[in-house]
Design a binder for this molecule. Sequence first.
Ligand code: FMN
Length: 167
Amino acid sequence: MHKVLAAAILAPSAKNRQPWRFVVVADREKRAEMVRVMRAGIADTKAHGVNTGTAIMTARIMEGAPVTIFVFNPDGVHPWLPHPDEQSFMESFDTQSIGAAVQNMLIAAQDLGLGTLWMGDVWSAYRQLEAWLEEPGELVAAVALGFAAEQPPPRPRRPLSEVVRWL
Ligand SMILES: Cc1cc2nc3c(=O)[nH]c(=O)nc-3n(C[C@H](O)[C@H](O)[C@H](O)COP(=O)(O)O)c2cc1C
């Protein structure tokens, strides 16, 4: 796990802010608690009429993974609070930097023969996970790590001709 986290902090960051904090959940009891919190959060979000999409499937993968790493932006403002322009500007920088750190983790884990899942769905249980984790700042994403149960073929990609415009 050290190698995966060490790779994360090598990511480039806007203005070298290194705007990431990681909370690692590997303890068996804490993992069970985490999954309970995630599931309860998803149910509550759904009960409020919000589409939680694939979050329940994500929770199942989280449950099966021996390690989950939550990634926080320590300077992020709570997503439900207003964001003045300057804050939005900085948070965009920080979120891009965090994306690079998460990608580094995925690549390092893959190199070590591990399977990963990038879990944006933690947002479907945002309030509950935030309260449980007690980490200041904004929860951005989480990564599940473990031994891959399957090796699915690469997903199809939109061709370059569809996604690139040359001026
Ligand atoms: C920001 C981000 C958030 C994601 N969140 C989830 C998630 O919560 N649950 C999940 O099953 N997959 C999640 N994924 C994985 C994507 O579904 C997956 O990367 C995509 O379908 C493309 O497949 P590929 O990575 O195999 O190319 C996420 C990926 C990214 C980049």
